[in-house]
Write a protein that binds this ligand. Structure first.
Ligand code: CA
Length: 481
């Protein structure tokens, strides 16, 4: 396997609108990001990915782009962008821009041209079909609930996409020493080679979403660990030696992992750390979503008016119109709505979490009083410090980057365990992903081992039981006792 800087990197995703506001208008911006670069560098981040900052009518919070070459005035100017890029490079970090090229805003000049007449040269940039009896031409659903027609061209992997991606790779990607990652919802492991294969792939890595489907909708709380094991083992094994994974649990479209797979009350710290170790040390480049490093949680706003997300608003309208109660629909939005990950970054216990001196575009999660960066940095043993340790551990041990992946304890109902092997070094990661004690034959008990990381006091560790959401990372020393 080839060594590459982007395989060794740790990435951090920023949702600019909610990260840091520099001018008090309630909207996060480029100067806000700039003011937090030292924080990110100190955490150990190598690569910063910022969600779209291009001009947009904001029907889908910046993912509906009307000009791919500009900076939206809410976020700043092109000079701000140049300064941000420069300051990132100065710190030895790199920047990933979010290139949304499979759909545009309905205010993009191409779309305006395309809809202007049937013989316009831009006509076939979009899909147009005549309506039937004054209604939509068919029942295609939008990815955001409701009809796909009228407002958005859908996200679908159209036939022929590889031809376009090949061209993009040849003419752009392959000319620079850059890192590329594709959001490839719906790509199966059998197709992985043409997406991320070292030779034929178009990207260095892709986000695959199979495991996030296990979040479940409508209050499904318990995690299907056996399916989770099957999915990760499949991707880890398929790409070993031939491609590369992008590892993530959270992003701007997903709920907070600690609230869905962990327990954000009784085991907030333990489960945040357990989930972190579980995904972070597999083979691939780990991504941290803003706030994940302090265990930010889902939010429970009481009314739909407190929400901004187009998907949540459409869902509410659709479900209440078809007879569901307000309470039932809100429960679903609390559980898996996209705004769970879009509330402002919680920097401090101050008003508006230190995110803005004005009125934030979306309310702050009220738990910022206890849960914030300032508090987490000041306290040893916090989730923040655990992430820092994880990042350092991964940087110190090539086995945790390049090592092959082997699922351990495959039949266990509670514990997700795996080993990483590289040039005679073996690391083992164990994570009890449930809130009950998990008895196990101590893995590797016949070998001497060195514990590198755990989320319970070392004195409290038992040899054959993992406590609720306990995780351990250790190295096998290879000598029989
Ligand atoms: Ca601002």
């Amino acid at each position: 396997m080839k060594r590459k800087w982007w395989k060794e990197a740790v990435a951090y995703q920023i949702y600019p609108r909610s990260f840091m506001d520099s001018n008090g208008d309630g909207i996060g911006d480029l100067q806000g990001i700039l003011s937090k670069l030292d924080y990110l560098q100190d955490l150990g981040v190598d690569v910063i990915w910022i969600c779209p900052v291009y001009p947009s009518p904001n029907d889908d919070n910046g993912y509906d782009i009307s000009d791919f070459k500009g900076i939206m005035s809410e976020f700043g100017t092109m000079e701000d962008f140049d300064e941000l890029l420069n300051e990132i490079h100065k710190r030895g970090m790199r920047l990933i821009m979010d290139l949304v090229i499979n759909h545009t805003s309905d205010e993009h000049p191409w779309f305006i041209e395309s809809k202007s007449s049937k013989d316009n040269p831009y006509r076939d940039f979009y899909i147009w079909l005549p309506g039937k009896d004054g209604k939509e031409p068919n029942n295609w659903a939008s990815i955001f609930e409701g009809s796909a027609w009228a407002s958005f061209d859908g996200h679908r992997n159209q036939q022929g996409i590889q031809t376009y991606l090949e061209e993009l790779k040849d003419r752009t990607f392959s000319r620079y020493d850059i890192m590329t990652v594709g959001e490839a919802n719906g790509v199966s492991v059998d197709e992985a080679n043409e997406w991320v294969g070292e030779k034929d792939g178009k990207f260095n890595m892709i986000f695959q979403f199979e495991h996030t489907d296990l979040w479940g909708k409508e209050g499904k709380k318990s995690l299907d660990i056996h399916t989770l094991k099957r999915i990760f083992t499949k991707w880890q094994t398929a790409l070993d030696g031939s491609g590369w994974n992008a590892l993530f649990l959270e992003n701007h479209d997903l709920p907070r992992s600690v609230s869905v797979w962990g327990n954000d009350e009784k085991y907030h710290t333990a489960s945040s750390k357990c989930l972190a170790a579980f995904y972070f040390l597999m083979q691939g480049t780990p991504f941290i979503y803003q706030g994940q490093e302090i265990g930010m949680t889902n939010v429970h706003f009481p009314t739909i008016d407190d929400y901004d997300d187009v998907a949540a608003k459409n869902l509410y309208q659709y479900e209440t119109a078809s007879g569901k109660s307000h309470e039932k629909v809100m429960e679903a939005i609390w559980h898996c709505g996209r705004d769970n990950s879009r509330t402002p970054m919680q920097w401090s216990a101050e008003k508006n979490a230190g995110f803005t001196s004005g009125t934030p575009w979306i309310k702050v999660n009220p738990n910022n009083k206890q849960l914030n960066v300032e508090e987490s940095m000041a306290r040893s043993g916090s989730i923040y410090h655990f992430y820092k340790q994880l990042i350092q551990l991964r940087k110190d041990h090539p086995a945790l980057i390049y090592g092959s992946f082997q699922l351990e304890l495959p039949e266990h109902d509670q514990i997700f365990a795996y080993s990483r092997n590289f040039k005679g070094e073996t690391f083992v990661v164990m994570a009890n992903l449930t809130e009950t004690h998990a008895p196990t034959e101590a893995f590797g008990k016949d070998y001497a081992s060195e514990l590198y990381l755990s989320n319970y006091e070392e004195a409290a560790l038992e040899e054959t039981v993992l406590q609720p959401f306990e995780t351990r990372v250790f190295q096998l020393k290879g000598t029989l006792i």
